[in-house]
Design a protein around this ligand. Sequence first.
Ligand SMILES: [Zn+2]
Length: 271
Amino acid sequence: MRAARGLRKDVVETCQLLFQRGWVANHDGNITVRLDGDRYLATPTATSKGNITEGSLIEVDRSGKRLAGTGRPFGELGLHLAVYSRRDDVGAVVHAHPPHATAIACSRGNPIERPFIAEAVVSIGAAIPKIGFAMPGAEATGALSAAVDDVDAVLLANHGAIAWGADVEQAYLRLELLEHLARIAVLAQPLGGVQPLPDSAIKSLLERRARAGLGKAADNAVRTPGQHSTTPDRATTHESASPASPDASSATLARVIREEIMRVLDQSVTK
Ligand SMILES: [Zn+2]
């Protein structure tokens, strides 16, 4: 695991990205990272993501109780903890209100639920569900828990979006992909709307997702006895595994997918 100091730096840099990209307003958005044992690094409540510093981050336990730091835990912490409780492979959770994703989250329907770009299936899963609106607390946590095993990002109805991954970079990139898909879906609306991928493509894409060590349910769906027995749930952004990896082609595939996603996102930023 990255040293605690490095993790704090990662969180602050990601907060800056959320702020600079206009994915948060006021005190919106929050980030957590799983530390050793029953400890989680978290952004404090009531602070603009543009003003978060390494020293202002707090540490909490799995019940949400503050263990270190002076700031207070944020109200949506239960959503993050629900993800960690169901996914041992997850090391970070990022929540924000990106405008296009939130526009869909606050509208009727969900044009990004069924995947229309292959990378979405590999990076996030077979669907991007919209979790029904729930007041913060146990109700919201329960609603999210049902989706956590199957996918790595969801829309939160009348609220925003949340994504998770092996580390804060991967969680952020998944949120970025979700927002990118939402923007495409909104742009496609006057053209008749996005055309989902054929169902026949989904299964093979999910197999690629599993072979790349991404996600959880997909791994279980295609794992056979003895396969991947030494690489349990290695969901990681650092897919460029060593050549000695038992599945070097998976590592290559994951790298190609990641580069493709970055290329698409770079284009969207420069245009
Ligand atoms: Zn929120």
